[in-house]
Write a protein that binds this ligand. Sequence first.
Ligand code: C2O
Ligand code: CU
Length: 430
Amino acid sequence: MEGHALRDPGKPGVLAWTYNGGVPGPQLRVRQRDRVRIHVENLLSVPTTVHWHGVRVPNAMDGVPHLTQRPIAPGERFTYEFDALDAGTYWYHSHFKSSEQMERGLYGMMIVDEPDDLPFSRDVTWLLDDWRITASGSVSETFGNAHDISHAGRIGNVVTVNGSMHEEFAIRTGERIRLRLANAANARIFALKFQNHRPLIIALDGHPVRPHEPVQDRVILAPGMRCDLLLEGSQQPGTRHDVQDLFYPRDAYVLMQLVYENEARAADLTAFTPAPANPLPEPDLTSAAVHEIRFEGGMMGSLHRALLDGQPTDMRALLRRGKAWAVNGVVSDGHAMQPSLHLKRGRSYLFRMNNATRWHHSIHLHGHTFRVLRRNGKATDHQEWQDTVLMAPDEHVDVAFVADNPGDWMFHCHIVEHMEGGMMSVIRVL
Ligand code: C2O
Ligand code: CU
């Protein structure tokens, strides 16, 4: 339905598309191993679907139009139903014309609590987004234009946290906060620096990771990614501290201010208890089948021609058709593609991915969670589980997983303009 977002006190806000009338949509909160049932009724004037990002659902519940379900037509209903296998921080969003529907506000948070509560003083969510707002205060309708597709995607001019701008975050000295961050932007990458604080990364994409300080004090969140922080209220009552976003150095800005209340809280002295690991299948690297996956295209790249609809097509012709990217030489044209890889159910796979472009990409696999093994040939420090991994220009990233979830799964860049511009493929697990 329609509703208002980006509301500042006393102002009407921007007309958005919403789940249940607000942006973000309702925070869905369940307990690990719960059966989850979500009834969706489409009151928009266009079709839609809902995708449960990072949640290992059965294929028919994955919310990919034409591939796993018929789009939900205006006036129609669809019920999503699955078990919450893994605890952690997840989110949901439209997967139908995402460059428009996510930008207009169709996203929300999904939190799966561990079987036993963990001892935090507070559990807080910051769902990050940016918007391209016109001078007259509405969402710019330049969705999926050729420039955004072939460059960095649709970077907005207004950044919001939980749907609002100019936020202050009240904090108390002595508190120990579980801060769940998620990036719902079409294309913006965040690099958050918490001035005068030393947050620890305790989970990535929902899954616990050995607690560690972010590299160069920057918490990186590419589109689709989540990160749980342990944030301690370590500063004096009555003080203020900036949280800056430094990803685009020439456009650094303050995302949020941590504002300390005047009273301290008795410091929490119990030791930090990490969340238990989720029941993810461990890939067997000795027997894993290896696939090379090469991402190409975009401006200033070396892609001259690629296959579109089975036809070799040169870059100029691709651009005329709103395409600019290829995965292993194939440009996707919509979600209902022929699988590019056939994987055997239960077998381990190693994907050697290569970002052969001049741009960052945030690569997401549906239905599975992979271990990030190596970057540019060097073992990662934390061998983290992720469902979405950021690749810098020219970077090589190796990931491994067990293909244990049968069905046709999307594998795509989560910069949604890149996805729609061809950087998407389908992987079949049988
Ligand atoms: Cu969050 Cu295919 O997406
Ligand atoms: Cu991309």
